[in-house]
Design a protein around this ligand. Structure first.
Ligand code: UT7
Length: 327
């Protein structure tokens, strides 16, 4: 019996605290006009002291399970995409498993920086299609406010905290199988990274600060190139053409990057979902948060096709095309 991976539930969690561009311009040599014109961002959310990637991810997961009508104990697997997990180990997925009470579920993390939700979703779909598992929670959750240098106007204006989740279930409903493209170029690792506490001693930051470091120009250029190409490949692999895509949900890094990709792929702007204005770049959480909001706004109807595309440190990137059905 063929199993089709179907999104049965979705949820998001955004911390209460809002940090606007006006708040930033009080502390830094920047302005709302500069930030908005270069990025499309107006504000972002900042986690409270006691909040972490696991607590936010668990809240998003709880909502997704509720919509899916699935009890935590029915979950077979939890996959978490994050590069700001609470601890080096245990995995954020195990912490979320415990918070949800998903006693039967296996749990592991995927770190592909900002693009992590794509390999997480692709893995979940493969487990379902292959018949290994049937109920899978996929979470993207990040707390970048803790790895940002709040004195660095080149980076701190871009990021925010939050979590999004989907519950996937295998159904017998006949629909198009998802197509995925996952790519990486590790030779560009130095262009976007956060130093690690386990690196060679000679690579430890001399100032002792484990903050995100980025070449914004290079990231911009490769993000547009890689996401455009991957999206076209995923559309082709699905046996579709760009006109068939009803909604495009790219990684919410920068409105200019998203507009450039949509143009290169041939998707009209009105089919591009954008919420970067309210949340900034939430890394691996950005696609599930955006997907969740698109569903809340009823932007997907039964049978419609949606494309996802992401890019991040590594460099790493991914794209996927899925058909929407509630099964
Ligand atoms: O998930 C992937 C994560 N990373 C990204 O998505 C980042 C991709 N890159 C970008 O989004 C853009 O490169 C940025 C938004 C980071 C920068 O935009 P830009 O249009 O490439 O600006 P720029 O770096 O060329 O800077 C232009 C000017 C510079 O001043 P000078 O040298 O022309 O005098 C910067 O020093 O703007 C200055 N600048 C700022 N001014 C006000 C840089 N940051 C700021 C700031 N406020 N926050």
């Amino acid at each position: 019996m063929k199993r089709y991976p179907t999104i049965k539930g979705w949820g998001k969690y955004l911390p209460e605290k809002v940090l606007t561009n006006y708040d930033l311009q009080k502390k830094l040599d920047t302005s709302d006009a500069w930030i908005y014109s270069r990025t499309g961002i107006r504000e972002r959310r900042i986690a409270a002291d006691e909040e972490t990637a696991s607590t936010m991810g668990a809240k998003a997961g709880e909502l997704a399970l509720k919509i899916a009508g699935i009890e935590p104990q029915e979950l077979d697997l939890i996959i978490v995409a994050s590069c700001t997990a609470d601890k080096i180990f245990p995995a954020c997925a195990s912490l979320i498993q415990n918070q949800l009470g998903a006693k039967r579920a296996g749990a592991f993390d995927i770190n592909a920086a900002c693009s992590g939700f794509l390999p997480a979703l692709a893995s979940a779909c493969q487990f379902i299609q292959g018949g290994t598992f049937n109920n899978i929670l996929v979470v993207g959750t990040e707390v970048y406010s803790r790895i940002i240098d709040w004195q660095d106007r080149n980076t701190c204006i871009l990021f925010g905290d939050g979590a999004g989740a989907v519950v996937l279930q295998g159904t017998e409903r006949s629909m198009r199988l998802p197509s995925f493209v996952i790519g990486s170029d590790g030779s560009k690792a130095d262009l976007l990274y956060v130093p690690g506490v386990c690196d060679a001693i000679s690579n430890m930051p001399a100032d002792g600060h484990y903050y995100l470091r980025m070449d914004g120009h290079a990231v911009f250029k490769f993000a547009v190139q890689c996401m455009s190409k991957a999206t076209l490949q995923a559309i082709e692999a699905a046996g579709l053409s760009p006109e068939d895509i009803d909604l495009f949900i790219p990684h919410q890094a920068n409105r200019r990057i998203m507009n450039a990709i949509a143009k290169a792929v041939g998707i009209p702007q009105e089919k591009v979902f954008i919420n970067v204005d309210r949340y900034g770049n939430t890394s691996a959480a950005s696609i599930p948060i955006a997907l969740c909001e698109a569903l809340e706004e009823e932007r997907l109807a039964e049978g419609s096709y949606f494309a996802l595309a992401a890019f991040g440190g590594g460099f790493s990137w991914g794209a996927g095309v899925l058909q929407w059905s509630l099964g």
